[in-house]
Ligand binder design. Sequence first.
Ligand code: TYD
Length: 201
Amino acid sequence: MFIAIEGIDGSGKSTVISRLRDRLVDRGFRVHVTSEPSQSPIGRLIRDWLLKQNANVAHPSVFALLFVADRVQHYYGEVKPMLDRGYLVISERYMESTLAYQGAMGLPMDWLIELHRFVPRPDLTIILDVPVNVAMSRLSSRRRLEVFEINRDFLERVRELLLRRALELNYPVINGERDVNAVVDEVFNIVIKHLGHRINP
Ligand code: TYD
């Protein structure tokens, strides 16, 4: 099973994923955790070139094209081989990040979706949702505001787009503002339920 965890910067994705991994490993699953931008050469290019500067370094469409190219490479080069070996794969960010972030940069949603024609969909996408002010205060205490153009208005638009897609496509939305154990419990239960459906449809 391939799971994508999505959310705005500061929503707690990495903490939740690392706890989720531990719980799944305790249950006997083999788990591979990965993230985007990936470790592929395209992912590295994105990190080195685009994310360290401000967003004006390139036209927003360049971000979209590179993130999607990285995603195809990430899927076929890393995700699929691990799935084939029987791992449960969890990715921090996937398709919804491009729809929301590059959508928030002003690119049309139908074009962004079209770019994903050759991108396999995850079996389960979970949105970790926190209000922007909570996310921003977590980020500033982590001295990580240097990642590109993260400002309040932009993150508000990203959050809105994530929630809109979640509503359309029935993605579970988890309130990430609570105690981390409560958040992890809820995500864990959704994953186990989903695995159950796949084993006994
Ligand atoms: P992030 O998850 O914050 O990486 P890290 O924690 O390793 O620094 O991702 C970096 C930024 O890239 C983040 O602000 C979201 C943005 N991003 C997009 O704009 N589009 C995408 O498709 C992806 C995957 C990320």
